[in-house]
Design a protein around this ligand. Structure first.
Ligand code: NAD
Length: 352
């Protein structure tokens, strides 16, 4: 076998560890930021205010208005607030929605973002922004939106309920799975994918049985970091295209949709991605990684079907058409009928 690949490292700092949030003031000083705007969702407002207090006069304000998929109006407001306050940087604390809002400000004003993730979604490791206008979400890559520093503190994740922890973990595993068969996969990124998927699959049962287990939380967040790095370094395929279409057209919940769809896409792609299947089989110590993920999600009480998430059977054709008409990378070409069949299986929750 001859190897051929391109690898570009993304420039960022990662500070990882329980209580690493306490290093935030030092981190902000080292970066030279003096006017930090804190961005978070309404449910993270208390944590956001705690960060504002910790930063003292280096924080210029807080905007607790982040919501899923970065509506353009919310992004515009954050840009206005950052401009009016003369912010020199944003600190986004929360899940992908908060970090997405920080990226929207970075895209518009060029302000650097520091991220403090509290879920496993992985946005903090990518230069990908998203913006939703009139129900249509656009995404793009821009190196300015990649956070300059990321503080991973597992103790901030213990407040995630078991259900969100599990589905958010599967959301992260999906990045690893698709990174392994990505057209731009490379050896170091594949190592991160395997380590990330292994860490999450190992940690999630412990997290689900005791959400305050800091050791399991640490392993899960470590896995989420690696899976996020894979997402930032590779081109995602059919799975992400399907989840994007399901979320965009039907407003299905992000992490739950990833959890339901992933085993079906992996089973479909498996014949065309033997190296990825071999790597995942070793990672999960199993012979069929799609079945393994399906059973793991089920054993952890995750939703098992798109029907359970509220999708109407009649919508299968609409989503299949939208995906078939779009372009995306995938190791196995998928016809419109194959996509519809995959969606039907995911809708029923029956892995073929
Ligand atoms: P989210 O940020 O909306 O969080 C989900 C829910 O969990 C919210 O209600 C939030 O308040 C709550 N929450 C967050 N952290 C919590 C905690 N520690 N304890 C209790 N509750 C908590 O959702 P998400 O799944 O983190 O991110 C999904 C969004 O991020 C989507 O819009 C997705 O498209 C985007 N995303 C973007 C990228 C990228 O590279 N651009 C990557 C991954 C996800």
């Amino acid at each position: 076998m001859t190897r051929s690949f391109t690898y570009a490292a993304l420039p960022m700092r990662v500070v990882f560890g329980a209580d690493s949030l306490s290093s935030l003031p030092t981190e902000i000083s080292a970066l030279g930021f003096e006017r930090v705007l804190v961005l978070c969702g309404p449910r993270q407002e208390a944590l956001g205010k705690q960060i504002v207090a910790t930063l003292g006069d280096r924080a210029v304000g807080i905007l607790p208005e982040a919501v899923m998929h970065v509506p353009a109006a919310v992004a515009a407001r954050a840009v206005d607030v950052a401009s009016q306050l003369g912010a020199d940087s944003c600190l986004a604390v929360g899940g992908g929605s908060s970090i997405g809002l920080g990226k929207a400000v970075a895209k518009e004003l060029g302000l650097p973002v520091v991220a403090v993730p509290t879920t496993y979604a992985g946005s903090e490791m990518t230069p990908v922004w998203g913006l939703t206008t009139n129900g249509v979400k656009r995404t793009g890559r821009d190196s300015r939106v990649l956070p300059v520093s990321v503080i991973y503190d597992p103790s901030l994740t213990v407040s995630m309920p078991a259900s969100l922890s599990v589905t958010s973990g599967f959301n992260a595993i999906a990045h690893a799975v698709e990174g392994l068969y990505a057209p731009d996969a490379s050896p170091i990124v594949s190592l991160m994918a395997v380590e990330g998927a292994t860490s999450l699959a190992t940690a999630l049962p412990g997290v689900a049985s005791d959400i305050s287990d800091l050791s399991a939380r640490s392993t899960a967040l470590y896995g989420a970091w690696l899976c996020g790095a894979v997402l930032g370094a590779t081109t995602m395929s059919l799975h992400h295209k399907l989840c994007h279409a399901l979320g965009g057209t039907l407003n299905l919940p992000h992490a739950e949709t990833h959890t339901v769809v992933l085993p079906h896409v992996l089973a479909f792609n498996a014949p065309a991605a033997p190296a990825a299947v071999a790597a995942l089989s070793r990672a999960f110590d199993c012979s069929d990684p799609a079945r393994y993920l399906f059973d793991l999600a089920d054993s952890l009480g995750a939703p098992g079907s798109l029907a359970e998430l509220g999708m109407a059977f009649a919508d299968i054709d609409r989503v299949a058409d939208a995906v078939a008409e779009s372009s995306y990378a995938n190791p196995r070409p998928a016809s419109r009928n194959e996509i519809a069949a995959l969606l039907r299986a995911a809708w029923e929750g029956a892995l073929n």
